[in-house]
Design a protein around this ligand. Sequence first.
Ligand code: G3P
Ligand code: MG
Length: 359
Amino acid sequence: LNLVLPEHLGDALMGSFGIAFDIDGVILRGTNPIGNSPNALKRLYNHSGSLRIPYLFLTNGGGIPESRRASDLSKLLGVNIDPVQVVQGHSPFKNLLKRFENELIVATGKGEPAVVMSEYGFKKVISLDEYESYFNSIDPLSPYKTWTTKQPFHEQRSSSESVPEFDVTSERVKAAFVVSDPVDWSRDIQVLCDILRSGGLPGEKSEHQPDMYFAADDLEYQAVFPSERLGMGAFRIALQSIFNSIHHKPLEYTSFGKPNPFVFKNAESVLKQLQLMTSDCDVTEVHKDATSHHFETLYMIGDNPSVDIKGAKQAGHPWFSILTRTGVFRGKENHTVYPADQVVDTVEEAVEYILRREG
Ligand code: G3P
Ligand code: MG
């Protein structure tokens, strides 16, 4: 997007604000809206249903493409959410396209990790589920895994692609991506260790470790169960600890997601684009420059002090952090290690606070 904003509008937008909402523990628990989130979001639209205040979802979760997440959230929350407004933990993986576009890569996690990566443009991506099937007995426990639950999402290649065009059993995997929370930890740890220790081809030997990427590093997060659940950071610790115990060189990896400062920088630039889509911004010219606009305040509403609040604090101006009590954090007062700029009970209260503060 390359927009050039007329000067007078650039001035009019000074002093404006935007909002980033965490999802798990703020907007939803599982698929249940919490803290009156549908009402809170409704206030960010005008009567005709068009966007009044720029906002986005900034979640460390994921597992399905942003377009599908946007339509699922629209249904659950009763407002019209654009895919641009959904930034998931794995969204920055698309920045690695140049490096791995035509290389063999594996993707794992709940949902449709390979579909997510294919939609970003990666041409030779295979899910760990499918990768496993090319290596006989690679998971000695698989015969004992008798679960037959119906998966909410099941990855399916179209019939023309049912057999990958690349040779999975002789080509080295260049990178492994944990796209969303892994489902079968024992299988994933086993097969990832095989890939990482063998230079990308289980059974082979090589000193070179393929690249290892995690979409986020949350130790715990708030799901439906009353107390926190183990997140991708917990899986990373398990994999790393086992890998480092069986291999002579420690695991090298990169984690994305909040609290990394670049996530907040990216959110700021998406919010600038969204500002131009709001009903109060009457910009109709073809050439507009979203980059020239500066927000006075950007609000991060989150439930996890060491992820959402720490991230907003590290990002600095113009970020202002609001901590809710609907998720990981349940304290009476502020969090002691990562105190937020404001603490409220629910996301609805957070939005009320922002609208009052912005007058
Ligand atoms: O798996 C999701 C979890 O790690 C965090 O999601 O929306 O609280 O950033 P969220
Ligand atoms: Mg959360």
